[in-house]
Design a binder for this molecule. Structure first.
Ligand code: NAD
Length: 461
């Protein structure tokens, strides 16, 4: 057995693990990064990056469908799906190579294999050729999450897929049922629908995106229905059965039972945290999440955890932040994650982005929330883009300090950073209302929403 000694050993090379590895080596530590699959974890290989690459293809398809609106007579003759898959794989591969180059340049030792934690300072890794025993001073657990399969009869039928398989379908199905109207369900619904696949979304609750502002959920539901996506809300799936062709899903809505058939069924009802891999460590685990303190340290001194495996919001950029903080604290620099300013972006068409509190959350905390709002139909850049759907909402407290924002609209994912900065710096509505925003840009809607809090929006009746 080979032996290796490193100051820090990190289990998992997703956004939490690889950022922790780079940060730790920047701080002068010797680092071993253990990964059993591909460098970059779910985000880079089976999540954020491949979905956004395929969403770009579907976005082009939706532009072609709308081309007449812009004076171009064009139509979509053929989708070369295999080419789109190949393009997506090349984008992922380039990303993988880039991250690996960064890790190598920083001197991080990458060990490919399944790691098993033996004790506080020992991990054994089974690679394809050998076993390696790593001893370390500190450890960072960053093993992420996997698709959750609910207990539905027939869920193991052929043709039932998770997001992992949905990114690699050899042929585009004619139709698909998506179970779950959360982030994954709606991003895939957007992608498949734009590519001409008939999409039905079945959701347990009475609304889509239950974690988002209710007005955004309601407005996006209307827009997605207009795009041709069918929704079955307050619907509980009872069984999935193999049919002659494809699958049949039985679901209950109220007292009635319905059935719906499709070629594929995509399960998108949440993710399972990979926290049960550490049987040899007496870790505190609550609701399947490894419990950490504000420095990302677990109940065991010297063992840190970061990213999805610690629960909360399962977001790659939050995992970046947690990985960085875990590495810094492990090496004696006291830092924390600012959980008040965690943006979240959903790549539907149009996009959804939010940060901080919603009006309802602020009210529940006894804050006399002020809401500034600006509709994109009154923003000149949105008009030039023919993207009139949506709005920017900014939430401020009694002192006009910005505490939240929710955006529905084209490029919402880019606009939210200004408001994340505002919350981070504890800015007031007047700070953004008095700041010059370039014209014509979508970001003027942020300026107007902040001005609206102060009752001085310019382009609003
Ligand atoms: P989610 O929690 O966002 O949504 C799951 C949905 O499924 C909920 O609406 C829930 O009510 C519904 N549901 C649960 N059980 C059901 C059932 N039996 N039948 C019908 N509906 C049911 O989970 P997700 O969409 O799977 O995403 C998982 C995680 O990954 C989320 O935390 C998400 O934030 C993250 N993610 C983020 C991004 C992004 O940032 N753009 C993209 C993808 C995933």
């Amino acid at each position: 057995m080979n032996k290796l000694n490193r100051k820090i050993a990190i289990l998992g090379s997703g956004p939490a693990g690889y950022v922790a590895a780079i940060r730790a080596s920047q701080l002068g530590a010797s680092v071993a990064l253990i990964e059993e699959k591909d460098i970059g974890g779910v985000c880079m290989n089976r999540g954020c990056i491949p979905t956004k690459a395929l969403l770009r293809t579907s976005e082009i398809a939706s532009f072609i469908k709308r081309s007449k609106e812009f004076g171009i007579d064009s139509h979509m003759d053929n989708i070369n799906w295999n080419y789109a898959l190949d393009l997506k794989s090349r984008i992922v591969k380039n990303n993988n190579i880039g991250i690996e180059q960064l890790l190598n340049a920083k001197g991080v030792t990458i060990i490919r294999g399944r790691g098993e934690v033996l004790s506080n300072h020992r991990i054994i890794v089974l690679t394809s050729e050998e076993s390696i025993e790593i001893t370390c001073e500190k450890m960072i657990l960053a093993t992420g999450s996997s698709p959750l399969l609910p207990n539905i009869k027939g869920i193991d039928s052929k043709g039932v897929i998770t997001s992992d398989e949905a990114l690699n379908l050899n042929v585009l199905p004619k139709d698909i049922i998506i179970i779950g109207a959360g982030v994954i369900g709606l991003e895939f619904a957007t992608m498949f629908n734009s590519l001409g696949v008939k999409v039905t979304v079945i959701e347990l609750l009475d609304r889509i995106l239950p974690d988002q502002d209710s007005e955004i959920s309601a407005e996006l539901l209307k827009i997605m229905k207009r795009q041709g996506i069918s929704f079955k809300l307050s619907a509980s799936v009872k069984e999935i059965q193999k049919a002659n062709v494809g699958l049949t899903v039985s679901y209950e809505q109220g007292e009635k039972t319905f059935t719906k058939s499709s070629e594929k069924v995509l399960i998108a009802v949440g993710r399972r945290l990979n926290s049960s891999l550490f049987q040899n460590l007496p870790l505190d685990i609550e609701k399947k999440a490894i419990v950490v303190d504000e420095y990302m340290e677990t109940n065991i001194k010297g063992i840190y955890a970061a990213g999805d495996v610690t629960g909360g919001k399962l977001l790659a950029h939050l995992a970046f932040a947690e990985g960085k903080v875990a590495a810094e604290n492990a090496l004696g620099i006291c830092t924390r994650v600012n959980y008040n300013a965690v943006p979240s972006c959903i790549y539907t068409n149009p996009e959804v982005a939010s940060v901080g509190m919603t009006e309802d959350e602020a009210t529940q905390l006894g804050i006399l929330a002020k809401v500034g709002r600006f509709d994109l139909k009154n923003n000149s850049r949105a008009l030039t883009l023919s993207e009139r759907n949506g709005f920017v909402k900014v939430i401020a407290d009694e002192n006009n300090t910005i505490i939240g924002s929710q955006i529905l609209g084209v490029n919402a994912s880019e606009m939210i950073s200004e408001l994340t900065l505002a919350i981070t710096l504890k800015a007031k509505a007047s700070d953004l209302a008095d700041m010059i925003h370039p014209h014509p840009t979508l970001s003027e809607a942020v300026w107007e929403a902040c001005s609206d809090i102060l009752k001085r929006a310019i382009h609003k009746l």
